[in-house]
Design a protein. Structure first.
Length: 131
């Protein structure tokens, strides 16, 4: 009985991750609502640097996944790291966001990161041409 229940609980591991889920501007995790930063122009330099810092620690992906998500998932009515405890948010995401949604959102962040890099390179190239 217990073995079957455990097998049922991990059944999602055999399903492919839906990397093309639409990331909405508002999401609900557990019983709380959050806004999602989806626009590149809304990403602060500190957020991007923190994302890159956690992302580079490939040996700590499991530990860092909620940290990376918390950079772009903001409690409703707040701005990034303003008026809420970031560590509490990280723990809330870790405990309440299902792994399928977390990995799908992480894929979205990877895509966003690539776009940010392209924009940065384009800007630096234009600045170099001015000189």
């Amino acid at each position: 009985q217990t073995y079957r229940r455990l097998l049922e609980d991990i059944k999602f591991l055999n399903k492919p991750i839906d990397n093309h889920k639409i990331v909405h501007s508002k999401i609900k995790i557990g019983d709380k609502k959050f806004k999602v930063i989806r626009n590149i122009s809304d990403v602060l330099t500190g957020q991007y640097q923190d994302f890159q810092f956690y992302h580079k620690q490939t040996d700590k992906y499991t530990e860092n996944l909620p940290k990376m998500l918390a950079l772009f998932i903001i409690p409703d009515g707040h701005h990034y790291d303003d008026g809420y405890d970031l560590n509490e948010l990280i723990e809330y995401i870790r405990l309440n966001m299902c792994i399928e949604d977390a990995l799908s959102f992480f894929y979205y962040l990877e895509t966003l990161s690539i776009k940010l890099l392209k924009v940065s390179l384009k800007y630096l190239k234009s600045e170099t041409k001015k000189k």
